[in-house]
Design a protein around this ligand. Structure first.
Ligand code: GLC
Length: 557
């Protein structure tokens, strides 16, 4: 394999959110590894190249598994290490690659390292594995600084000593059950090298690295007040970047510190010792893209999620600008651009693209949110947006269920909600449960075929039947068939490894380009535009001689 043609440069990677994908074990209503193994052929049929699994490790599940209590074992909810091996073997047998999630910024408070830290006195080496500090003010009653948790509320929690007196505070950028590790500690670094080796030895093709911009904090942990709109890398309130406005913002002391890069250089060298092309993919909410590109310099990670693209409004000028900026920034360091529209932390794009009011990342939507989307318009735009995304050169991520056109579930009963955001903001922010509802496989089966019984850890809406895979399969024009066609054509014409050339002569609302001999036109506006001559290979909606609004076509001329 020559440098520059590695698989990850053009791969389409499918995100499995294990608890919501397929329940193959005990019908408890929680998806698991045996369930994934059983359903993998559907992903081959879809035409993706790799799967990324959100965490399935031992965890009290306070943040749906992003609170890890043992990095080298499978939580009984999801199966066993043997189940993992069987699933991985099947993934590989089917010609797919497997990426697992690594959560290095924090552990669960139930992790043995944190429990040991709690059991040892202040100032002990065990405490140095985390971010313990004395409080401020008389009696240390105030937190060590003013940082806020991404999930709402203070980013510090005070301990109570065994004799009942108040003790030190510990930092948690997320939930209080997710204490931040101290990445200044060489001991912590060594543990994670072992964790990487554990999964690499088992045969995984790479890691999606959770909160890859957060591991190092500014010396002295200074106070910081984020800009009112959240700032370029999020403040206490969310990660929320606002596109293009923040190039000059100061770097928050808890995100994107220069010192974090040494860690990824170290991991890069470790991965290089393994055969095959193993990858690290950064979940880093960093703006601008030129700064994010530092995560994918040749001696660091291979990929970084392009959240700036995900957050770009559905309009011609902004789409063109973000595509240009992405290709320039990533290719500037020799990395592929990546593209993504949905994941387990954001409002599904079949709803997001039709929201009529601002919605901060992580806030979610619920019955009382302003600007709730029209379902049909959202789906139309999502199909057009995906058809645009899958025609771009580089690597793309697809989040389970988007190939069915699933919308965000807005009307979850309050009593069903589980996202810590919901609790930490006193129900002010709905959080991310609406994009995590178990996906429908068969319209007529209990739990729509998600489980063998009717249980589902988040309730599935009655309209899930319309979106079930079996009612879309083989039906021309269904969202599932649109994804299959796009992925097949993308492969056949080498779009992932192609080059983009903008086409002139269209109005501002139309994103028009050529890639590998295919002409792509995405009309983000409401007015129909004439179609050039050519054979239509793919259309996201009904098209005759003109291209209607919110529709994308691929043509061969
Ligand atoms: C990442 C994950 C998110 C999780 C958070 C804390 O952003 O994608 O789901 O809550 O990290 O681990």
């Amino acid at each position: 394999m020559t440098k520059g043609s590695e698989w990850w440069r053009s791969a389409v990677i499918y995100q499995i959110y294990p608890r919501s994908f397929a329940d193959g074990m005990g019908a408890d209503g929680i998806g698991d590894l045996p369930g994934i193994t059983e359903r993998l052929p559907a992903l081959v049929e879809l035409g993706v190249d790799a799967v990324w699994l959100s965490p399935f490790f031992t965890s009290p599940q306070k943040d749906a598994g992003y609170d890890v209590a043992n990095y080298c074992d499978v939580d009984p909810l999801f199966g066993t290490l043997d189940d993992f091996d069987r699933m991985q073997a099947k993934v590989h047998e089917l010609g797919l690659r497997l990426i697992v999630d690594l959560v290095p910024n924090h552990t669960s408070d139930q992790h043995a390292w944190f429990q040991q830290a709690l059991a040892t006195p202040e100032g002990s080496p065990e405490r140095d594995h985390y971010m313990f500090r004395e409080g401020r003010g008389p009696g240390g009653t105030q937190p060590p600084n003013n940082w806020e948790s991404v999930f709402g509320g203070p980013a510090w929690t005070r301990l109570v000593r065994s004799d009942g007196t108040p003790g030190q505070w510990y930092l948690h950028l997320f939930d209080s059950s997710q204490p931040d590790l101290n990445w200044q500690s060489e001991w912590v670094r060594e543990q994670f090298r072992d964790i990487l080796r554990f999964w690499l030895d088992r045969g995984v093709d790479g890691f999606r690295v959770d909160v890859a911009h957060g591991l190092m904090k500014a010396p002295g942990l200074p106070d910081y007040t984020p800009p009112a709109d959240g700032g370029s890398m999020g403040g206490g309130v969310s990660y929320e970047p606002a596109i293009h406005d923040h190039a000059e913002d100061p770097t928050p002391p808890y995100w994107a510190q220069d010192t974090v890069h040494e860690i990824y250089r170290d991991w890069h060298r470790l991965l290089e010792q393994y055969p095959g092309e193993r990858v690290l993919c950064a979940e880093a909410w960093v703006e601008p893209l030129t700064k994010l590109a530092r995560w994918v310099r040749p001696d660091e990670m291979q990929q970084a999620f392009n959240f700036s693209y995900l957050e770009t409004p559905w309009s011609g000028p902004t789409m063109r600008a973000i595509i240009d900026d992405s290709i320039a920034a990533f290719s500037g360091v020799g990395a592929p651009s990546t593209w993504v529209l949905s994941n387990h932390d954001v409002v599904r794009h079949a709803s997001r693209l039709a929201l009529t009011a601002a919605n901060a990342q992580g806030a979610g939507i619920g019955p009382n949110s302003p600007g709730l989307p029209d379902r049909a318009l959202g789906l139309k735009r999502a199909r057009a947006a995906t058809s645009l995304m899958l025609a771009l050169p580089g690597s793309a991520y697809v989040y389970q269920g988007e190939e069915l056109g699933l919308p965000e579930v807005i009307d979850l009963p309050d009593s069903a909600r589980q996202d810590p955001t919901w609790f930490r903001t006193n129900h002010e922010r709905y959080g991310r449960d609406g994009c995590r509802v178990p996906i429908p496989w068969e319209a007529k089966a209990p739990s729509y075929g998600f489980s063998s019984g009717s249980a589902s850890w988040l309730p599935q809406p009655a309209y899930w039947a319309e979106y079930a895979r079996d009612v879309q399969r083989g039906v021309p024009g269904s969202t599932l068939e649109l994804y299959k066609l796009a992925l097949a054509l993308r492969q056949q014409h080498g779009l992932g490894v192609g080059e983009l050339q903008w086409l002139d002569g269209y109005n501002d609302s139309v994103v028009a380009f050529e890639n590998s001999g295919i002409t792509v036109l995405a009309n983000t506006g409401a007015t129909e535009v004439p179609l050039p001559k050519g054979t239509i290979l793919l259309a996201s909606g009904a098209v005759e001689t003109t291209l209607p609004g919110d529709t994308t076509v691929w043509l061969q001329r």
